[in-house]
Ligand binder design. Structure first.
Ligand code: CAA
Length: 410
């Protein structure tokens, strides 16, 4: 039996900031952003967007044509969660009307918990092959205004359906892991912005890549030459290319520079327009690769996931014949093309917007045009809205296997 990706879909905030505006405001040569780090735009969430609304919208797209009653688990991977206790997966579960007989959980390890979620999902599906698992990776990357990390901010979500009926790719369950306790990037509970030792973080990333690849080789016997394409975690777009060239050097690859570029370039088409989306970045890279015109059926892809702190994971997938029919109708580039441009003043105002810390009631301004929005807080409780008029929990009573009644109101 095969296990892997049945569906994959992306969501980004409605607004983006042109990094030419940021460069001008910060007195930086724009070529540093465009060429040096490879970023053109940064996705900027409005005050009524968060990881729940982004994740729910990506999941709604990923679930097109999927029998929702088969979703047994929702795993939400994020490092910008909205609650210290309650899983963001529960909010999404309600917004999407998923069956009540469902497991919901949130996972964290910086940018690589989405990859662990994917492998936990594979293991679950192997135990219960009739089930489907919804994996959501969603994040909002925040550094400080005026810091070196600022141009690498971004946001976005990718949702994936993992099942025993993969239509996009099979995933090899073997993974090469690397973990070490380092402080390259972290966010203490009392901070909204990450702390980062930027140059050190790049060194640690490269070391984790080497070690995870070595571990993968020991696990599987497969190496650099086993793959036609590579996708990397993308804290900024140039990092993908840097990482690939570094790995090629370490393994003494005989490929030419242009052959190496061709292996990684197709996965780098979305990130320049979104910026870092932490857990979602690697999978936006995968979607970018899958949306290339060329038919990639039968190709093997090496995937490197990195989470600061740190953990690295190298694994692989094989693209299936007919995968293009399983991709969402609206392409990622079409979704990006519909975004609205922000000016610097609004970007900085939104950046500084903080919700009350004492739980007092507030309503967010209605800015997002997406199907789901964060409406505000009352009595310390977050409120979400579904705007397209579809009913929440509409499918639970239709389940052929499990029927759970809702709880009474408190
Ligand atoms: N024209 C063209 N290129 C220029 C230029 C110009 N005028 N000015 C500078 N550059 C180039 C530099 O040569 C450099 O390229 P190389 O690395 O290839 O030499 C590049 O632009 C960046 O310049 P600097 O190194 O001087 O930039 P910086 O000091 O502002 O820091 C950064 C860059 C470390 C990426 C910083 O943006 C940062 O800290 N980002 C957040 C942390 C991060 O992304 N870390 C990555 C690994 S950690 C991880 O992966 C987890 C995660 O998601 C965060």
């Amino acid at each position: 039996m095969k296990f892997g990706l049945e569906r994959i879909a992306v969501e980004v905030p409605r607004h983006s900031l042109d990094l030419a505006l940021l460069a001008e405001a910060r007195g930086v040569d724009v070529k540093k952003y465009h060429q040096g780090i490879g970023q053109e735009f940064m996705a900027v969430p409005s005050p009524d967007e968060d990881v729940v609304t982004l994740g729910a919208a990506a999941a709604e797209r990923a679930l097109e044509g999927v029998d929702r009653n088969r979703i047994r688990t929702v795993i939400f991977a994020t490092e910008s969660g909205v609650d210290q206790s309650k899983a963001a997966a529960i909010y999404v579960h309600k917004l999407l009307g998923l069956p009540r007989n469902c497991r919901t959980v949130e996972m964290k390890q910086a940018c690589c918990s989405g990859t662990s979620a994917l492998h936990f999902a594979l293991a679950s599906v192997a135990l219960e092959p009739e089930s489907k698992i919804l994996v959501i990776c969603a994040d909002i990357a925040r550094y400080g205004l005026g810091t070196a990390g600022e141009p690498t901010q971004g946001a976005g979500a990718v949702a994936m359906v993992v099942s025993s009926q993969p239509k996009i790719a099979t995933i090899n369950p073997k993974v090469g892991y690397f973990t070490d306790d380092v402080m390259d990037f972290w966010r203490p509970n009392y901070r909204e912005e990450a702390l980062v030792d930027g140059k050190y973080s790049i060194k640690v990333y490269m070391h984790a890549l080497e070690q995870a690849c070595k571990a993968y080789h020991i696990e599987t016997g497969e190496g650099f030459d086993s793959f036609q394409h590579f996708c990397y975690h993308l804290p900024f777009t140039r990092m993908g290319l840097k990482a690939h060239l570094h790995l090629a050097k370490v393994v003494e690859s005989s490929l030419t520079g242009s052959e190496l570029h061709a292996q990684v370039q197709p996965s780098l088409q979305l990130n320049p327009k979104t910026g870092n989306a932490y857990t979602a970045s690697l999978y936006m890279g995968l979607l970018s690769l899958l949306e290339q015109q060329e038919d990639l059926a039968g190709r093997k892809v090496g995937m490197f996931s990195y989470g600061s702190g740190c953990m690295g994971a190298f694994f692989s997938l094989e693209i299936l014949a007919g995968y293009k029919e399983a991709l969402p109708q609206e392409s990622s580039q079409e979704i990006l093309a519909k975004r609205e441009a922000l000016d610097m003043a609004t970007y900085e105002t939104w950046y500084e917007t903080r919700m009350p810390q004492d739980g007092s009631a507030f309503d967010t301004p209605h800015i997002s045009d997406r199907p789901f929005r964060f409406a505000g807080v009352a009595d310390h409780k977050r409120r979400y809205e579904r705007l397209d008029g579809r009913l929440e929990h509409s499918s639970s009573s239709a389940s052929e296997h499990f029927v759970a009644a809702p709880l009474p109101d408190s």
